[in-house]
Design a protein around this ligand. Structure first.
Ligand code: ADP
Ligand code: MG
Length: 249
């Protein structure tokens, strides 16, 4: 990032409690992300990783501090949230495709209904994205006719149809059979190479080493450590990160 360029995402002392049980899930989070940066977020189950990234596209609210995404303060007004949601694509562990719609129909749904693109334009854009994830030949199939890896690539293509500035991935390969993980990571590596700003919750160390500029380690709602992948994996600084790595490596 050049010195003059503002971060595309900035957390200033963000705190969040879940209303249902009062659980303090994010604790004084201070983080900033540069445009084009690729960041891997890891940490034990329940440490707040999903909550952190879900705050970025306002799927979750926070109660204290300030979260700014591409110049919009999340929580200020609904119009700003609409803008942010159009700019931020999200891919989940469970692919969340609509099973009763074909692959192509899944891809053109938001572009035609939300972004109001004419159907033929949306289809053209969708086919470009399906080519990009190498799945165009399955455009007219239904999600359940595809493998998990193929479904996840469709989910990535669907997010890309809204031409996002930022892509959030929440354990995108955790639900996949081992032999399908690589095809999904390869698509993500391709996106990274094309300059996308990416935040990815994953424990895939190979992916982190190949593409991440930075690894963020969370535990109990806090950012405990951040470093380059090499330093983080080879030379973890805290007992908590050492303990975590000893369990995943
Ligand atoms: P991670 O993605 O790191 O596993 P999460 O962000 O999903 O962690 O959850 C962090 C903590 O918040 C967990 O202890 C979880 O039980 C709790 N939590 C998550 N969602 C909710 C919710 N909707 N209501 C109450 N507690 C929640
Ligand atoms: Mg999670």
């Amino acid at each position: 990032m050049s010195q003059s360029e503002a971060p595309i995402i900035q957390f200033d002392n963000v705190n969040k409690w879940y209303a249902s049980n009062g659980y303090h899930v994010l604790r004084d989070v201070n983080l900033s992300f540069a445009k084009g940066e690729k960041v891997v977020i890891c940490g034990p189950s329940g440490s707040g990783k999903s909550t952190l990234i879900r705050c970025i596209n306002a799927l979750e609210e926070y109660q204290q501090g300030k979260l700014t995404v591409d110049g919009t303060v999340i929580g200020d007004d609904l119009k700003g949230i609409d803008k942010v949601r159009r700019e931020v694509g999200m891919v989940f562990q469970q692919f969340n495709l609509f099973p009763h719609l074909t692959v192509l129909e899944n891809l053109i749904l938001s572009p035609t209904w939300v972004a109001k693109l004419p159907r033929n334009v949306a289809i053209e854009k969708a086919m470009v994205q399906l080519e990009r994830v190498r799945i165009a030949e399955h455009a007219n199939k239904y999600p359940l006719q595809l493998s998990g890896g193929q479904q996840q690539r469709v989910a990535i293509a669907r997010a890309l149809c809204l031409t996002p500035k930022i892509m959030l991935f929440d354990e995108p390969t955790s639900a996949l059979d081992p032999e399908m993980i690589k095809e999904v990571l390869d698509v993500m590596i391709g996106l990274a190479d094309q300059g996308m700003t990416m935040l990815c919750v994953t424990h895939e160390m190979g992916f982190a080493k190949a593409v991440a500029d930075r690894v963020i380690f969370m535990d109990q709602g806090q950012v405990v450590e951040q470093n380059t992948p090499e330093e983080f994996f080879n030379n973890p600084q805290t007992d908590r990160s050492k303990d975590f790595l000893s369990k995943i490596l």
